[in-house]
Design a binder for this molecule. Structure first.
Ligand code: ADP
Ligand code: MG
Length: 640
């Protein structure tokens, strides 16, 4: 019988499958099973619309029959079947709208590398994927409402034949002649029940018809009634039919019927975590895009979370079939720690769907999920603060990075979720809580940057602010100051560094008094500036200090903490990123009086005092001394 040729557009995909170097060949089973499930869906629908009273839903099933000796794997369904013409058009051609897009993707993938072939896994490639593991396919089918049966057969690129045959029942049977094992490929595994069970669990667990296979199971024999004290249980291994899939996924069940243990067990098993998740979000969305989602907030960061190996993403299912393991587009970067599953029948395994369409739906779902995750986090923040702090400890940094990334595009979304350490009761606070506590007279939200919250609250320039009953946010993590800059304000209140000259608003009298003092002490300030040279940008009398003698602040946009940051991150460019240091002196301090005195009587001593004050300001600010040995000598010389 003459072989028919595949249509040219199908040939290329076929070639790709036959010669596939794709590493996830195992997905062929998912494809074949999903076709069987589709066919059963169609039959169920037809029987319903035809009013076929004899139709028995309970008989619907997909059967796997591995034959190790004959090297075949058979997948049988009692679905709608195919007529001769349907075999011809459905299996002889891939001439659907989406195939073009698919081919484009593949063409691109070819130039790039094997990883890009992941596209195979993302969008169904369908029937031909069986050629990744089989060198011959035999499809026997009898269509619903027909008593003819037909056999379609092909060994791949050289075409296919269609011949009449016998088949007792309506439905389709696909016999795959599994390839001989090759160097690096263990094709025989697809003949073993253990592999098949695993693959069904992995990819097709929630197909809503039973997937059945004959398996060997070992059971404990029943204890004989007359068994004595020393009876030892006996075991027997029997062959029996088993349903491999669980059929109803957790996320498809109504929320009210799922126990929290079930949610937790599912999480732990699926994501290999030993600890229960912090929280579960179960969504059943209706409307423009319908989907179910089951999201988890882990209680701690996974071990690889801060490495490049960690891949964000949610598992994407379509009508019970997993189509993508880690769909990154479903999660924004700032929520990359979320784990879970999205299932939407709006996605199809069918490659004939436009890729674009997927993208649009994905976007809608992703935007919804982002809102839900935020809402859940806010709920925990309100209702269970210790739990929220646990979350914050694990993933707070991720949220802060989210605020500053993409030019601050996500700051409004993330603002309410942030926590900062506050001098108020020495604990974490939200910005809303801070502004809620602000006394009427307080104009700004105060912050201080440094390595250690305890040290920050003891800075000499903090004293006046704390005295007013104002609280200070202690920013101790790397991105903190950038976060503050990105935010700009909270509840209409702007942020103010405690190092800022104008941190505390002053009265006109105080202003005039300081101007007068500055005028009187101009010679001292000039002397200090001259002595220290370009180590400082300016020396001035401080409005910030109360009992402290000296502190280091800055002029201009770069703070001391930022300077430190740039020195760590980009040492080469750090030269340009220098803070303009300002040495602030307290005119009412004893130290200042001593300086003034020395200036009039002993210029050398005054120089030493200036150096000493400068070094002290560095130390208080947590900055390294430029020359520690010289500093000790200086101190010792003063002790003489
Ligand atoms: P898709 O499932 O995306 O349509 P496939 O390549 O997987 O593409 O299958 C091609 C077509 O072959 C299906 O659309 C269906 O019409 C037909 N088909 C495949 N397997 C079966 C089956 N087991 N029973 C009935 N029809 C099938
Ligand atoms: Mg298919």
């Amino acid at each position: 019988m003459a072989k028919k040729q595949f249509k040219t557009e199908s040939k290329r995909i076929l070639d790709l499958m036959i010669n596939s170097i794709y590493t996830h060949k195992e997905i062929f089973l998912r494809e074949i099973i999903s076709n069987a499930s589709d066919a059963i869906d169609k039959l169920a629908y037809k029987a319903l619309t035809d009013g076929d009273g004899s139709f028995d839903r309970s008989k619907l099933a997909i059967t796997l029959i591995p034959d190790e000796a004959g090297r075949t794997l058979t997948v049988r369904d009692n679905g709608v079947g195919m007529t001769k013409e349907e075999l011809e058009t459905n299996l002889g051609t891939i001439a659907k709208s989406g195939s073009l897009q698919f081919k484009k993707d593949m063409a691109q993938a070819e130039g790039v590398g094997e990883n890009d072939l992941d596209i195979i896994g993302q969008f169904g490639v369908g029937f031909y994927s069986a050629f990744m593991v089989a060198d011959r396919l035999t499809v026997t089918s009898r269509a619903y409402g027909s008593d003819e049966a037909w056999r379609w057969e092909s060994s791949g690129a050289d075409g296919y034949t269609i011949t009449p045959c016998e088949k007792a029942e309506v439905g389709t049977e696909i016999v795959m002649s599994i390839k001989p094992d090759a160097d690096e490929e263990d094709y025989s595994q697809y003949l073993r029940t253990a592999t098949l069970e695993r693959l069904v669990k992995k990819y097709s667990d929630y197909i809503h018809y039973p997937i059945r296979m004959e398996v060997e199971r070992t059971h404990m024999k029943e204890r004989p009634a007359d068994a004595g004290e020393d009876y030892k249980p006996e075991y027997e291994t029997v062959k029996e039919w088993a349903t491999l899939n669980s059929m109803v996924p957790l996320w498809q069940r109504p929320k009210s019927e799922v126990k929290s243990e079930e949610y937790n067990d599912f999480y732990k098993e699926k994501y290999g975590d030993w600890e229960d998740p912090l929280s579960v979000i179960h969504i059943s969305a209706e409307g423009a895009v319908e989907y179910k989602a089951l999201l988890y907030l882990p209680a701690h960061a996974p071990f690889d979370f801060h490495t490049r190996d960690y891949q964000k993403g949610l598992q994407l299912y379509s009508s019970g079939v997993m189509i993508m393991d880690k769909c990154a587009d479903l999660l924004p970067e700032h929520f990359r720690f979320v784990k879970g599953v999205v299932d939407s029948s709006d996605f199809s395994l069918n490659i004939s769907r436009e890729v674009l369409q997927h993208t649009r739906q994905l976007k809608v779902i992703a935007a919804n999920l982002e809102k839900k995750i935020k809402a859940e986090l806010l709920r925990i923040q309100k209702e269970d603060r210790p739990k929220y702090e646990q979350f914050w400890k694990a993933f707070g940094l991720q949220l802060k990075v989210g605020v500053v990334s993409d030019y601050g595009a996500h700051k409004d979304l993330l603002k309410d979720l942030l926590l900062f350490w506050s001098t108020k009761e020495d604990k974490l606070t939200t910005l809303a809580e801070y502004t809620g506590r602000m006394p009427q007279a307080q104009k700004y939200i105060y912050y201080a940057c440094g390595e250690d919250a305890a040290k920050l609250s003891k800075l000499p320039q903090a004293e006046r602010i704390l005295d007013q009953g104002y609280e200070i946010l202690c920013l101790t993590e790397e991105p903190d100051e950038f976060v503050i800059n990105a935010l700009g304000e909270a509840d209409g209140k702007s942020f103010k560094s405690i190092n800022d000259e104008d941190a505390l608003p002053e009265t006109d009298e105080a202003k005039a008094a300081l101007e007068k003092k500055t005028e009187e002490n101009k010679d001292v300030l000039d002397f200090v500036q001259e002595t220290l040279g370009d180590k400082i940008h300016a020396a001035r009398l401080s409005k910030l200090l109360k009992s402290g003698a000296v502190c280091m602040t800055t002029d201009g946009p770069i703070s001391l903490e930022m300077e430190k940051y740039f020195q760590r991150m980009e040492p080469e460019a750090a030269g340009q990123m220098k803070a303009q240091r300002v040495l602030e002196l307290n005119p009412d301090s004893g130290a200042f009086a001593a300086l003034r005195d020395a200036m009039e009587n002993d210029k050398e001593l005054a120089k030493k005092y200036a150096e000493l004050l400068y070094s002290q300001a560095l130390l208080i600010a947590g900055l390294p001394l430029e020359d520690p040995a010289a500093y000790t000598e200086l101190v010792c010389s003063l002790m003489k």
